[in-house]
Structures are given as structure tokens and as C-alpha cells.
Design a protein around this ligand. Structure first.
Ligand code: HPA
Ligand code: ZN
Length: 335
């Protein structure tokens, strides 16, 4: 089963590029850019990755991002992630970035986008990995700051397919960004939002109704509202679930208690994703393995996560058809 999972074609839809910053690269960039960080070794960095909830993680995550200064840094970060995608047979990835985490400390928006984009383009030709880029607004910041980010994104419209919403969920209701999302939709951006990770099922309703999202990031707390689960099934609204993240941040106590397999078997369009793999101890294959270890899935069920992700992705119909054929062929060959 391990080999089946390792080589299974995968699609990633919930990945924060800043969350792929491995300790080795963090130290290298700190030195290259003369940025002081409160760590002297890889062991010290890894020791600090002891999270008890979302906020305790976010504090470390934003601190880590401080070493990213130049366009080349954003390129190197993204390229390292794409090489990991190749190892895990991730064929398509939809990548989040947090521009405000950088512009707030004086880094130009264009530097961030151009560095990430250059790596994504290179991966298309050199690794055969396709991608989309999604700009997230930080929900702990105010509406005005989000509007500024949206304005900066305007000249990069060709590089950014959608806007999203991340960072501290509790205390920052979706409604705070209704007007920003409305404007983004008018400008032709698709929308997604983190909801129902630490916050209640009600936040998922709000994201669907107020932000017109195409899919929900996390969304695991939907199980608290049976009518919502039924709606997700009948309207085939995707959830981009991040199993290892949910365990590391105590959304579920352990993987056996995670609801992703129950949701899958009920017909919800759930997908497996890595969120912030450098911080949560695993990339795509690791997430699939962790779910399978705790829940014993069939090969058909494991492949269903990929079929769901293809449906939920922002690629064209013909690209979806091609990826589905390829995944079906893999499944047929290994049954
Ligand atoms: N939730 C909210 N914000 C985030 C996350 C997450 O899992 N990862 C990076 N920013
Ligand atoms: Zn996330």
C-alpha cells in the first residue's frame, strides 16, 4: 500500500508556500540576507515547532517568513516545494501565498509574486507540474489592508486565479471581508476561504453565502451541522482537508478520530492536502499515509481523494479529463 500511495497521482489544493520553508533553507536565507532569527541550528528550529493551536503555529510561521527578502528567495522557496511535489507524484498544485506577511515588513508585492511565479513556470516545462496561484488575505488584519493587497494584485491578474482567506479564524468573522471579496469577484478572481478549521460550522455557511467561495479550506467542523453536510454532498462543495495539520494543531486529538474518511464515505468531495508541510511534519504522501494508517482505506477510496481534487481544482475541463484518465489507468493497473 505504501508504494501504491507513493506513486498515486496527486493534486494539491491547500498549500501555503510560506509553510514549505524547511529549517535548512530558513537558516541559509537568514545568513544570506543578514536577518536575525532566534535560532542557531536546525534542532533549535524543530524544537520550537511545538504547537497547541492555530495561533501558536501562526506566530512561528510569520516569524519564519521574515527571512524571505529578495525575489530569488521566493523562487528558491517555491522551487524546493516543487521538487518535493515531483517526489510525491503531485501533478498539479494550487498554491497559496500571503502577500501581507511580506508587504507589512516592507517587501514589495511584485518581488513576492514574481519569485513564486518564475518557479511555477519553470516547473511546468522542466518537471511537468502544472499550477495555479491563490492570494490569501490575512484575516487578523483589517479590511483596508486587504483592499491594498487586492489593488497590488491587479497588474498580476494573469498570474493569480483566486483570492482566499487565512490566518486567525476565531474572532475574525468572514463578514469582515465581504466587500473585498465582492470586488475581487467583480475583477474576475475566483474565491476560496479557510473556514471551520478552529471556528464553528457556521463560518462555513458564511463563507459560502457571503464570499461565494468555490471550495472551503479545511471545513472539518461541518460535521457539527448535519444539514450543512447534506448541502456539501448535494451541491458537491469541496473541502480541502489537511490531516497532519489538524492533528498538529489539535483540531482532532489523533488521526483515528479524524472525520475525513467518514466524510469521504458519505460522498462529501473531500481532498487530502499538506497545508504547511515544513511545520506539520509531512508533504502529500505523508498525509495520505497517515490517513491510511489510521483508517485502512481501499485503493479505490485512496484514488477517490485524487478524483475529488481534480473535480475541485481550477483547471480546464479537458485538463480534468486527462488527469482523471491517468489516475483511472493507475488504479486499474494496480488493483
Ligand atoms: N489556517 C489558517 N491560516 C493559515 C494556515 C491554516 O491552516 N496555514 C497558514 N496560514
Ligand atoms: Zn491553510
Amino acid at each position: 500500500m505504501k508504494e501504491f500511495i507513493q506513486s498515486l497521482p496527486k493534486i494539491e489544493l491547500h498549500l501555503h508556500i510560506e509553510g514549505t520553508l524547511e529549517p535548512e533553507l530558513m537558516l541559509e536565507l537568514a545568513e544570506r540576507n543578514n536577518v536575525r532569527i532566534p535560532f542557531n541550528s536546525i534542532a533549535e528550529i524543530k524544537n520550537a515547532y511545538n504547537f497547541h493551536n492555530l495561533q501558536s503555529f501562526l506566530d512561528i510561521y510569520f516569524q519564519g517568513a521574515d527571512v524571505l527578502i529578495n525575489e530569488q528567495d521566493f523562487f528558491d522557496l517555491t522551487w524546493a516545494y516543487l521538487l518535493r511535489c515531483q517526489e510525491d507524484n503531485v501533478l498539479h498544485t494550487e498554491v497559496f501565498f500571503d502577500p501581507q506577511a511580506h508587504t507589512e515588513r516592507g517587501i514589495c508585492f511584485d518581488i513576492v509574486v514574481n519569485g513564486i511565479h518564475r518557479a511555477l513556470v519553470k516547473a511546468t516545462t522542466e518537471l511537468g507540474i502544472s499550477s495555479k496561484l491563490i492570494m490569501c488575505f490575512l484575516r487578523h488584519l483589517d479590511e483596508e489592508s486587504a483592499f491594498k493587497a487586492l489593488e497590488s494584485a491587479h497588474v498580476h491578474k494573469d498570474k493569480i486565479i483566486a483570492v482566499g482567506l487565512d490566518s486567525t479564524e476565531v474572532g475574525n468573522p468572514v463578514g469582515k471581508f465581504e466587500r473585498v471579496f465582492k470586488q475581487a469577484i467583480e475583477q474576475g478572481f475566483l474565491t476560496v476561504a479557510h473556514a471551520g478549521e478552529e471556528g464553528p460550522a457556521h463560518n462555513i455557511h458564511d463563507a459560502l453565502n457571503l464570499l461565494q467561495v468555490s471550495r472551503i479550506d479545511h471545513g472539518v467542523r461541518c460535521s457539527e451541522d448535519e444539514n450543512l453536510v447534506k448541502q456539501l454532498i448535494t451541491e458537491r462543495i469541496p473541502l480541502t482537508v489537511c490531516p497532519l495539520s489538524n492533528i498538529k494543531l489539535n483540531v482532532f486529538e489523533h488521526m483515528e478520530l479524524h472525520n475525513i474518511v467518514t466524510l469521504l464515505r458519505r460522498g462529501v468531495c473531500v481532498t487530502i492536502n499538506s497545508d504547511d508541510p515544513a511545520y506539520f511534519g509531512g508533504y502529500m504522501t505523508d498525509n495520505f499515509l497517515a490517513v491510511n494508517d489510521a483508517h485502512s482505506l481501499s485503493k479505490t477510496e485512496l484514488a477517490q481523494f485524487t478524483f475529488n481534487a481534480i473535480d475541485a481544482s481550477f483547471i480546464s475541463k479537458s485538463e480534468k479529463k486527462q488527469l482523471k484518465m491517468l489516475t483511472q489507468r493507475y488504479l486499474d493497473l494496480h488493483q
